[in-house]
Design a protein around this ligand. Structure first.
Ligand code: GCU
Length: 614
């Protein structure tokens, strides 16, 4: 039977396909929107040879119409209807994994697994209003994700630590929606990060999944922060998404009895510029947040936003015009006692509670964007944040696709967190070897970050160099140092570079009149292992390393902060020393279970004194 398609129906089919596959612009502030969680138990199938995605000729089945109904394609989530049918998978009869969470931490047989796992979730959904739109939002999937709904490709995403969303309005049914995700955490030379890192490659749907329902035209994005250099003028924008793009938007801060209106133009965007009287500025001592109400049509979106000014003056960092010392610590996104990625508000409160006990007012969220709970919890606690993309070690600098990937990750994290007062630094790299290609790659990232957000510092964790043949004279000779606002570098004198006593013979000559942050120093210790301070891996060795390093670093006149490596022991496949490491990097001042090592008290006391000094 021939089916004659009318021209209109052909247009509808193509627009549906393009709509379904379109990578929707990021929707921000999802926690204050009409959201339905899809967290929970999802069925899963391990697919090491990607048999559910490629046919035996290694052609992707979701791009070859001939395979549209091929039941070998896991994304069809098809179940045998007839006893004669050949189907070699069945989600409903497969085991389940908890989402969010890595597969490595949930099944012993998946601990070391790197590859593809297919997830499947069935859900019903009734829209509150038939004209509304629905988006599918993922906090992150590590590392490459292909998303299908009711057998149709919704889209794909690359990057293990950044949020993304797709519009699914046209694909959604009221009953028995079949959501299928192909998650692949294989490491690749051209990826960001590349093959080699010092952290565990947790794979899977590692952050929240939710459905977001919106009106036909809604406020998708906005930037509302103090204008650079001002203490009372707000600048930014509001962006609508939909067909009715020219609207009047109301912005209100009820606590300040402030209300203003703006009109969006043809592209749905309105620029903001207005002054606020009697503004209380956000600071670690007073992490003040204001309810900001944004109204378009009969929809009001609320956000809790803090306002502060940030600038450098020579080698000083000024927050609201006052010199500040960044009492920091580096953190991996991990709940060590669960042995998995951290992903919840409770995880964030636990981790940041430890930083607070250390007397920190600052955290370096290494080496990749952390989940949004971490940023928002830190903001409420008055803890400033260094946010970083995983341009780590030996990235494929000459590869344009690698640059696009890094650039997209930077754009996504600036988009998600650009209204958070506590985020003060965007870092574009960690310990990257100096080369022309690398410096071009990184300066392009800086230009991108600055074009999106000029109210935060740009930095990167560089490496130290010895100035001359004299190993005791140390400096920063990295050409990239001239481009950053804050000069940050990692140094391991006492651990990888000599013993702790070497600190006493080392002088630093840094020729830049910029604030200096020591983005890493530290050494390993097994909690509970005690010996003399010369015995490596003992708590006493680590304690002495902290004492010597702090004394040495205090000699750097531009010192404006530090984020020692690291808050808690964390999993790493590079750390396999039996009895001591057992797959954990032991440089934490806490053990993975939250036990304090002796070095904790050295740093806690140092920061207590710094707190009194500023
Ligand atoms: C490096 C690196 C970290 C690593 C640490 C270490 O500086 O930035 O990711 O974990 O040193 O060797 O422990």
């Amino acid at each position: 039977m021939k089916t004659a398609f009318s021209p209109l129906s052909i247009v509808c089919i193509f627009s549906l396909i393009f709509t379904a596959n379109a990578n929707s612009p990021l929707i921000i502030n999802t926690s204050n929107r009409d959201a339905t969680s899809l967290n929970g138990q999802w069925n899963y199938i391990v697919d090491q040879y990607e048999n559910g995605y490629y046919n035996y000729r290694y052609k992707p089945m979701d791009q070859d119409r001939g395979y549209e109904h091929n039941h070998g394609a896991y994304f069809n989530d098809y179940e045998q209807q007839d006893k004669t049918e050949l189907i070699e998978y069945n989600f409903s009869k497969s085991p389940t994994l908890r989402v969010p969470g890595s597969w490595n931490a949930q099944e012993e047989e998946l601990f070391w697994y790197e590859g593809t796992i297919w997830y499947r979730k069935h859900f019903d959904y009734t829209k509150k209003n038939e004209n509304n739109r629905v988006f599918l939002y993922f906090g992150a999937i590590n590392y490459e994700a292909h998303i299908y709904l009711n057998g149709k490709k919704v889209g794909m995403h690359i990057g293990g630590f950044t949020p993304f969303n797709f519009e699914i309005t046209g694909l959604l049914k009221e009953k028995e929606n079949r959501l299928v995700v192909k998650a692949d955490n294989k490491r690749k030379k051209e990826a960001v990060p590349t093959l080699n890192t010092d952290w565990f490659n947790y794979g899977g749907i590692t952050r929240d999944v939710k459905l977001i329902e919106t009106s036909p035209t809604f406020i998708q994005d906005y930037h509302i922060q103090l204008k650079k250099g001002s203490m009372d003028e707000i600048s930014g924008f509001i962006q609508l998404n939909g067909n009715d793009l020219q609207q009047e938007i109301t912005i209100e801060l009820p606590e300040l009895n402030f209300k203003t209106k703006v009109k969006t133009g043809e592209t749905g965007k309105a620029l903001l510029s207005f002054k606020l009287k009697n503004l209380e500025h956000w600071s670690p001592e007073n992490p003040k947040l204001y309810d900001v109400l944004l109204t378009s049509g009969d929809n009001t979106l609320i956000d809790q936003i803090g306002f502060r000014s940030l600038e450098t003056s020579g080698s000083n960092i000024l927050l609201n015009g006052k010199k500040v010392f960044l009492r920091g610590i580096s953190i991996h996104e991990e709940n060590g006692s669960r042995g998995d990625r951290a992903y919840s508000k409770e995880d964030a409160q636990m981790i940041l509670g430890r930083a607070s006990e250390l007397n920190c007012n600052f955290v370096r969220l290494a080496h990749y964007p952390h989940n949004e709970h971490m940023i928002k919890t830190a903001e409420k606690m008055g803890i400033m944040v260094w946010s970083e993309i995983p341009v780590y070690w030996t990235i494929d600098w000459e590869n344009q696709a690698t640059y696009e990937n890094a650039s997209q990750q930077l754009e996504d994290i600036i988009n998600r967190d650009k209204n958070r007062a506590n985020v003060i630094i965007w870092s574009v790299a960690n310990e990257t070897p100096v080369s022309e290609a690398r410096t071009k790659f990184l300066t392009n990232l800086i230009d991108k970050a600055r074009s999106m957000d000029n109210v935060r510092f740009i930095s990167a964790a560089l490496e130290k160099h010895t100035l001359s043949r004299d190993p005791y004279i140390v400096s920063i000779e990295d050409p990239f140092a001239q481009y950053v606002d804050v000069l940050s570098f990692n140094q391991y004198i006492g651990w990888y570079d000599g013993l702790p006593d070497k600190c006493n013979h080392t002088t630093w000559t840094i020729k830049f009149n910029k604030p200096v942050i020591i983005s890493e120093f530290g050494g390993g210790a097994l909690y509970g292992f005690h010996a003399d301070k010369e015995t490596r891996w003992s708590e006493e060795f680590q304690e002495d390393l902290y004492v010597q390093n702090l004394k040495m670093l205090e000699q750097i006149p531009q010192l404006s902060g530090m984020t020692p490596w690291i808050l808690s022991d964390f999993r790493s496949p590079r750390r396999m020393l039996p009895y001591i490491q057992n797959g954990w990097n032991r440089k934490g001042v806490f053990s993975e279970n939250g036990e304090k090592k002796k070095a904790f008290f050295i740093l806690q006391n140092y920061y207590l004194n710094k707190k009194k000094e500023f």
